[in-house]
Design a protein around this ligand. Structure first.
Ligand SMILES: Nc1ncnc2c1ncn2[C@@H]1O[C@H](COP(=O)(O)OP(=O)(O)O)[C@@H](O)[C@H]1O
Ligand SMILES: [Mg+2]
Length: 308
C-alpha cells in the first residue's frame, strides 16, 4: 500500500502483510511528521467511488414520503448521525416547518435553512455542528416564508434550494435531507437537489397506498432530473407479532427487491430518544432501534464490515 505524508506529501510504500493491527500511526521518514495510518477498510469508506457509492463525490440523499408519521425524521437523524460516527462528514438538512431535527439532536440553532435561502446569514453561520462531523442546517416555522418565496419566483423556482446549497458542494461526504409530509414546492426543490431518494415506509396498508402515489410523483420529477434515483426503501415500525407487518414486507420485497433495506423494528427507545435530545446510539446503544439503524448505515455506506 502507498501512503502519502499529509505534511511533506512524500510517498511511502508499506508492506501490509507485515503490518500488525495494533499499529495506528505512522511517522514520515523524511520530515518526522506523525499521522494516523490509513487502513484498507478506511479507504473503502472514504473513497467517494467505493462501496455503494457512484457518481458524484458528495452523495445527496432525500428522505421522503408524502405520508407523515412513517419515521422520516427518525431515519434522517439516525442515518446522518450513524454516518458521522462511521467517520464521514455529514450535513443534515431539515426542510420541515416543524424543525424536529434540532430537537432530536438537543440543539438550539440561531440560524438555519431559512437564513441560508434568504441570504440573511452567510452559509458558514447557517449550519451548526451538532455532533462531531455532523452538521445541521435547521428547519422550522420560518420555512413557510421560504415556500412563499419559491412560489413567487417564475423562473427556475425548482432550483432555489440547489442554488442556496451550492456553497456546500463537495464539502461533505453526505447530505441527508429530511422532508415534510405532503408534496409542496420545497419537496420539489429537495428532489431537484438530491440524487438519491430513501423512502421510509411504515408496514401498514395505508402507507403502501401512499408509497405508490409518491413513486408516481417522483417519476414526474425524474423526467426532468435524470440523476435522481430511488435507491432505498426502508420498512419501519416492523412488528413481528402483527401478521400484516410480515405480509406487507413480502409485498415490498417482490416489488422493490434489492432496493428494499432490512426493516427498522418498532422500538419504544426510538420514540423516547428525541425527548432526551439524543440519537439512538447515545440514548440506547444496545437497543433493537440502534442495531437496525446501524444496519441501515452499513447498507447506505456500502461498508458491510462497519462495527462488526
Ligand atoms: N421504529 C420506531 N419505533 C417506535 N417509534 C418510532 C419508530 N420510528 C419513529 N418512531 C416515533 O414515531 C413518531 C413519528 O416518527 P417521525 O420520524 O417523526 O415520522 P415522520 O418524520 O415521517 O413524520 C415519532 O414520535 C417517533 O419518535
Ligand atoms: Mg418528520
Amino acid at each position: 500500500m502507498i501512503i502519502v505524508c499529509p505534511s511533506c506529501k512524500r510517498q511511502h510504500k508499506i508492506d501490509e502483510a507485515r503490518l500488525s493491527d495494533k499499529v495506528k500511526a505512522a511517522k514520515c521518514i523524511y520530515c518526522g511528521h506523525k499521522f494516523p495510518l490509513p487502513r484498507p477498510q478506511d479507504a473503502q469508506t472514504q473513497d467517494p467511488k467505493g462501496g455503494d457509492r457512484g457518481g458524484p463525490k458528495m452523495r445527496r440523499i432525500a428522505v421522503s414520503l408524502s405520508k407523515g408519521g412513517v419515521g422520516k425524521t427518525t431515519t434522517a437523524v439516525n442515518l446522518a448521525a450513524g454516518l458521522a460516527l462511521a467517520g464521514h462528514k455529514v450535513l443534515l438538512v431539515d426542510t420541515d416547518t416543524q424543525g424536529q431535527a434540532a430537537y432530536m439532536l438537543g440543539v438550539k440553532p440561531k440560524a438555519g435553512l431559512t437564513e441560508l435561502m434568504t441570504g440573511e446569514v452567510v452559509p458558514e453561520d447557517c449550519m451548526l455542528e451538532a455532533r462531531e462531523r455532523l452538521w445541521l442546517l435547521a428547519g422550522g416555522k420560518s420555512l413557510a416564508g421560504v415556500k412563499r418565496l419559491i412560489a413567487r419566483k417564475d423562473f427556475r423556482s425548482e432550483m432555489m434550494l440547489s442554488e442556496a446549497l451550492s456553497p456546500y458542494d463537495d464539502r461533505f461526504d453526505y447530505v441527508i435531507i429530511d422532508t415534510s409530509p405532503g408534496w409542496d414546492v420545497l419537496t420539489i426543490n429537495v428532489l431537484f437537489y438530491a440524487n438519491e431518494v430513501l423512502i421510509p415506509v411504515s408496514l401498514e396498508a395505508m402507507a403502501i397506498q401512499g408509497l405508490l402515489e409518491f413513486c408516481r410523483s417522483l417519476a414526474s420529477v425524474q423526467a426532468y432530473h435524470k440523476e435522481l434515483s430511488l435507491k432505498y426503501v426502508v420498512p419501519t415500525f416492523m412488528d413481528k407479532r402483527v401478521k400484516q407487518s410480515e405480509e406487507i414486507y413480502s409485498q415490498l420485497e417482490a416489488h422493490f427487491n434489492s432496493k428494499l433495506c432490512p426493516p427498522v423494528r418498532y422500538n419504544v427507545r426510538l420514540s423516547e430518544a428525541p425527548g432526551h435530545g439524543q440519537t439512538i446510539y447515545e440514548y440506547a446503544p444496545g437497543s433493537p432501534g440502534a442495531k437496525d439503524y446501524r444496519e441501515l448505515v452499513r447498507k447506505v455506506s456500502g461498508n458491510e464490515k462497519l462495527w462488526q
